[in-house]
Design a protein. Structure first.
Length: 330
């Protein structure tokens, strides 16, 4: 009898938990290439027909000057976005350096004018692929790209929002997704996967998802509006928040509701309540509910705000650069 119990306990220990732990930052590869550090997902690196990578901050030609730096000496960074403070030629130089570092070769680059939407753009022919890396105005307005075309590199930009890369390992289709809180509440990751199902016959069970660096829960304080939006769309939204989520979500989106309740004079009322949102876990749950096995959803768990030495964070810095997440089929 004791032997049987011991065997059962041993089997229970070997059994995977219902909610597997995400792949921590240490599990992902920070590979040095061409003077840059490129972050890679081990789950995607196993497929030699895939090209992918997440950019980091160091190693670029752009000069980012901090408002706190009294000497007015800029930090050399790999800014990959056409921001107001940077020079276009340096951004193009940085992009070329990044694309070479991930082995993109002569792949055609397809980017977007990101608008925090749930719009998905399909790249389904040579004529449809737009050289957005050279002409920002030519890029389609959307926040997700999908393709089965070989020789096309899909890219999205972030500076706190979550970059998601999807790969259908059976039908060889890929997606690049930009998901901030607005995109998350609109389920853009699920909608991109749905378009892959319609266009390419993708089965969620065959998909690997890699969630790159984004702002972590401890650094992402959100308002009444955000909490109310999530509560309206997701019955389990409370699981992704820390702090007074219920009082926030029930406040009818009125940012002045708390002073009215306390009846305290101006200047004496307590600050409005805030909660912290976990965008990584929200997107993980959305992808899992869409059919991707939990064991095939991987996160770097790097927080862009905590690691501003390695990434850009708009929430922390305001005046900052842009990262890129890229994926394509050789």
């Amino acid at each position: 009898m004791a032997t049987k119990v011991a065997k059962k306990r041993s089997a229970a220990r070997k059994r995977p938990s219902a909610k597997p732990r995400s792949k921590r930052g240490a599990s992902w590869k920070l590979r040095r290439a061409g003077g840059l550090q490129v972050l890679e997902s081990p789950a995607l690196s196993r497929f030699n027909w895939l090209v992918h990578g997440f950019s980091t901050r160091p190693g670029g030609a752009s000069e980012l000057k901090s408002v706190e730096n009294r000497q007015n000496v800029g930090e050399k960074v790999l800014n990959l976005g056409f921001t107001g403070w940077d020079v276009r030629e340096r951004v193009l130089e940085n992009r070329d350096k990044f694309f070479r570092s991930i082995g993109a070769g002569k792949m055609r680059i397809v980017a977007l004018r990101q608008i925090h939407s749930d719009l998905v753009h399909i790249v389904d022919s040579v004529n449809d692929a737009r050289m957005a890396v050279l002409s920002h105005e030519a890029a389609p307005q959307a926040d997700a790209l999908i393709t089965r075309e070989r020789g096309v590199l899909l890219v999205v930009q972030t500076a706190d929002c979550i970059p998601l890369l999807l790969a259908d390992t059976k039908r060889r289709a890929v997606a690049a997704i930009h998901s901030g809180w607005r995109g998350t509440v609109k389920r853009i990751a699920e909608k991109a996967l749905g378009r892959m199902q319609m266009e390419f016959g993708t089965r969620p069970n065959d998909v690997i998802a890699a969630l790159g660096p984004g702002i972590g829960q401890s650094c992402y304080e959100v308002s009444t509006e955000v909490a109310a939006e999530f509560q309206a769309q997701f019955p389990n939204a409370r699981e992704w928040f820390e702090g007074p989520f219920d009082s926030l979500a029930d406040s009818d989106n009125d940012p002045n509701w708390l002073p009215w309740l306390t009846m305290k004079p101006p200047g004496h009322a307590p600050p409005p309540p805030r909660a912290h949102l976990d965008l990584i876990e929200a997107n993980r749950a959305i992808l899992a509910s869409a059919g991707i096995p939990a064991g095939k959803i991987f996160s770097s768990d790097y927080c862009t705000a905590c690691r501003s030495d390695l990434f850009f964070s708009y929430r922390k810095e305001r005046n900052t650069g842009r990262l890129m997440a890229a994926i394509g089929i050789r």
